[in-house]
Design a protein around this ligand. Sequence first.
Ligand SMILES: [Zn+2]
Length: 328
Amino acid sequence: MKSKRWLICLLTGLSVLCLMQCGSPEEPRFSFTDKGRDVPPFSADQAYEYIQKQVEFGPRNPNSEGHRQTKEFLYREMQHHAGERNVYVQSFEHEGYGGEILEMHNIIAAFNLESTDRIVLAAHWDTRPRADEDPNNTDEPILGADDGGSGVGVLLELARILSENPPPLGVDIIFFDGEDYGESGDLQNYFLGARYWGDNQPAPGYNPRFGILLDMVGGTGAVFPREGYSVRFAPSLVDAVWDLAAELGYGEMFPDTEGAMISDDHVIVERTTGIPMINIIHHQRSGDGTAEFPSYWHTHQDNMEIIDKHTLQAVGDLMTELIYNRIQ
Ligand SMILES: [Zn+2]
């Protein structure tokens, strides 16, 4: 099979997108081998600080002050790591429940643009505007240290590493907005950033090997069973990633067990673009097959107290090992 790949140049200063068609290597998309290379260390301390920084802005639900400040912070931080020309903010509007216009922004950064062999890593940066699962102050927005903050924290630390250690393949990082806006059961108002990105590709023909979504990857006692849609979209990729986690000594955190099927940004990405994206998400599969999330999920207890550097280290080590020593 021969497929086309695209080299994407994001020249954000001029808002120019230029595309160059390139040939494709014929290696399998999900087959990894140990290349015996040194892997730059992932700092859980730094990832933790990046989470703390977000939480200090307060709740990051759309149109809030914390949301506005965090967008500026993420944009600046990614410009610092990826270079100004390699960061693109995709802004869009969405009508909120009160009829108000919500200003939303996906933040996208590209590392090693020269490489035609690319992967995409993603997390949502917004936090929930309500605490549905909390018996108290249900209508108040949550801090989302884990649900939102942790995936972004890990990816910001990865961005720092990528800027200091040129990766052997192209890595694109996307912070999706509006993942957690919807009221319980109203899936049309979830995953807003992923929907917009999927329907309005900044670089048409974008064809990375695969994507990995990080959602709730910093909690104490986290466990990441094999999420159901991920297994459906890319079973061999799930095998490779979970086998690697066990090889790194994180088999208990990444058990070889069937998880629940969880609607999240990765499902939207796969359905709108065909990019196989898997989800690393803290949950357990209950007896009836549905997902059980940790007790702090969608409550005011989702704060820095439940963030554990050991969890961040495991997820970070897995990502750096993949990027620097396994894929290409
Ligand atoms: Zn959530």
